[in-house]
Ligand binder design. Structure first.
Ligand code: GAF
Length: 375
């Protein structure tokens, strides 16, 4: 084994609030977490890219010259997980028009739990994009690298996601969340002050696996696009809570409830940012809970395990709780006082055991730095 040319890493993320608002050109408030995906890159003197990982035994090796044949039409040629790093290489070359680049070996390892709704995919994309951008001398900035990650996810992997996760992976900061306008891609760093307020953020991974390249996610996105068309606006971002009465008269009940989730969720993001600034983090609990109820009842992307985690955490004294990420499984979060963390953890584990669910994995996360070169 030769010594890698360097290592780069990118974080997973927790979304504090603002779910399924990104592809509706609305607002989100995610933060990067300390769990990271690391790419060890070794330069080659040919035109081949080889990807290996510690989490999937199947490697892939392709020529840079065949990337444009593989993606997007023939992605089945390469193992599923390799579509993330190879898709990033393809999207980077597409975005920049660069051609005179040489081959690389990418060896990928990760501490971001897969399928937990903590965006392990954007972490692979962010780490790979940062590594290749540096080594190939492409000069893209962080927002451009986030867009490359989204292109890889949408076109190379085939998951119709928005840009929140890639932006969180690229822009994350210690102790802060990223308040992102998904239309302009303007980002503001928002101090969370959890530690100073004596609070912790618990992640409750239900182990119910989800995948956004199949089923429900795309259906939700299609309903939102239909709702926007019926209302005659470019995106649901252009509606406010005051428009909901009119919307209800114009569309079927399911479409209306999808629209209502997005419109009220956008408002909740704005309210959370204002509440954090004016009253501090221990005042955001009701907004987190309202967000969960909206996803459960209107957007219908929760599952019994997520609802149980939220309810048990609240009964044991959490300040607020909600499912995080795309839904249909994955994780919920609970904002708790230090002194209550153990009680909440035990209560959630007990509630899962009582209902016969697999034991959840419960751990704390801290807002952490975004993608970059480590060595
Ligand atoms: C997933 C997607 F990747 C994001 O773009 C976002 O839509 C999220 O689900 C829901 O808020 O993480």
């Amino acid at each position: 084994m030769s010594t890698p040319t360097g290592t780069w890493s990118a974080p997973g993320r927790v979304n504090l609030i603002g779910e399924h608002t990104d592809y509706n050109e609305g607002f989100v408030l995610p933060f990067a977490i300390e769990h990271r995906t690391t790419v060890a890159l070794t330069a080659r003197d040919d035109r081949r890219i080889r990807v290996t990982s510690t989490f999937d035994p199947e490697p892939a090796e392709v020529s840079i010259d065949t990337l444009a044949e593989i993606f997007p039409a023939d992605r089945e040629q390469v193992p599923e997980w390799t579509r993330y790093p190879l898709g990033v290489a393809w999207a980077l070359l597409q975005a920049t028009g660069a051609d005179a680049v040489s081959g690389v070996d990418l060896d990928i390892s990760s501490t971001v739990p897969v399928g937990a709704g903590l965006s392990s995919s954007a972490a692979i994309e962010g780490a790979t994009a940062s590594a290749l951008n540096d080594v190939w001398g492409l000069g893209l900035d962080r927002v451009a690298l986030a867009k490359v990650g989204r292109t890889a996810e949408n076109e190379a992997v085939g998951a119709p996601t928005g840009i929140m996760d890639q932006m969180a992976a690229m822009l994350g900061r210690a102790d802060a969340a990223i308040f992102l306008d998904c239309r302009s891609l303007e980002a503001q760093v928002i101090d969370l002050g959890f530690a100073a307020a004596g609070l912790e953020l618990l992640v409750m991974d239900t182990h119910v696996k989800h995948a956004h390249s199949t089923g429900g996610y795309g259906e939700r996105r299609a309903s939102c696009e239909l709702g926007a068309r019926i209302m005659g606006v470019p995106a649901l971002r252009d509606l406010s809570v005051a428009d909901l009465d009119r919307a209800q008269g114009l569309m079927d009940d399911v479409t209306f409830r999808r629209v209502r989730h997005v419109v009220t969720e956008n408002q909740r993001v704005l309210d959370t940012v204002a509440t954090l600034a004016e009253e501090g983090p221990d005042a955001i609990g009701p907004l987190l809970l309202a967000s969960h109820a909206s996803m459960r009842d209107d957007f219908e992307i929760s599952v019994p395990e997520l609802d149980t985690a939220v309810e048990a955490a609240m009964s044991a004294g959490a300040i607020g709780a909600r499912m995080t990420g795309g839904g249909f499984g994955g994780a919920a979060i609970a904002l708790v006082r230090h002194a209550d963390a153990e009680r909440v953890t035990d209560a959630v584990a007990a509630a899962f055991a009582e209902r016969g669910f697999a034991a959840p994995h419960i751990f704390t996360v801290s807002p952490s730095a975004g993608a970059g070169r480590d060595a």
